[in-house]
Design a protein around this ligand. Sequence first.
Ligand code: FSX
Ligand code: SF4
Ligand code: F3S
Length: 372
Amino acid sequence: MKDDILNAIETRLGLSRRSFMQFCAAMAGTMGLPSGAEAEIAKAIASPKRPPVIWLHFQECTGCTESLLRADHPTLDKLILEIISLDYHESLFAAAGHQAEAARKASMAANKGKYILVVEGAIPVKDGGIYCKIGGQTALDMVKECAADAAAVVAIGSCASWGGMPSTSPNPTGSTGVNEIIKDKPVVTIPGCPPNPYNLLSTVVHFLTFGKLPDLDEKGRPKFAYGRIVHENCERRAHFDAGRFAQEFGDEGHRKGFCLYKLGCKGPETYANCPSILFGDVGSGSWPVGTGHPCIGCTEQGIGFQKPIHALAEPKYVVPPVSYPRITEDQGQGMTTGSAALIAGVAGLAAGAGLALGRNLGKSDDQSSGKE
Ligand code: FSX
Ligand code: SF4
Ligand code: F3S
């Protein structure tokens, strides 16, 4: 890149050239773009043009915004002030009441067809949407009004994507996601409770760089982030394949970092890139399974906040083996199922084979809990 552009970036973002190019490379990597794309991304971010963003809050806990505020390189405040123009955001606004609503309306009028609408939180539709109002307007009306002239609509978090926590059964307010309401334009969904901030940053940067949204799946999720199940990239996967499971919290298997499938891990039925990009910039292990808790499927409609946390997952396409081989077999000791059957066959003692098989299965369970 030209020196003058990099100099301008250093001044504007307060980032060294090296950190800036590292950030661009990280964004390109998150989106799975080919090498060289980081230069395109750098050029787009360097442009002084900043897309206006209107950010709405409905039924939620503000965890989406909080997790974004904890993002680093560059921090959200730099992103807000220098890469996008955040024209309306209830948690970060200094303005309040009528002033804030006037700023939203003014930005929408001045940037008709050009602004990005970000929605955080579910929208209650029962009883005409009366269960969530801002400035006297229902969330239902506000999202329709703001989406009408938006260039792109992004539903951030599981609440805005498909109802999330507020839609948990019996869903008394009829909470639902943005794409159930806005049907005339694509809605990008970035589920997660909270979602990984890099998936939003990457989506915005993709829009800035290429002038279009990234490839989406049938639920509106960017394929670069939700194309694989958690289980595929989990650091405990080798334990799953070898049949080594934690049986309960705090047991030996749990302390040894064995697979959490039997504690209800929903990684085998949940699409998300958590194990690949982690959270909070604090290094390896900084994601639910890395800290020893099963994935609860927070990104996945029908799993997170719907299935009991410790109920067993139904693996999408990874079926746990029915029996598990030992990693090493002790020479000349014990009896394998095969040899037991052979001996039993020779001696005509079918019942003996059944007994040996039972013992072996019991032993295998002990191994899986780390009680060997
Ligand atoms: Fe909270 Fe966001 Fe969860 Fe929902 O994240 S972290 S309840 S997805 O809308 O604020
Ligand atoms: Fe990881 Fe969970 Fe899969 Fe086990 S079941 S390998 S802990 S994602
Ligand atoms: Fe959520 Fe599971 Fe990732 S609980 S944060 S989808 S590991």
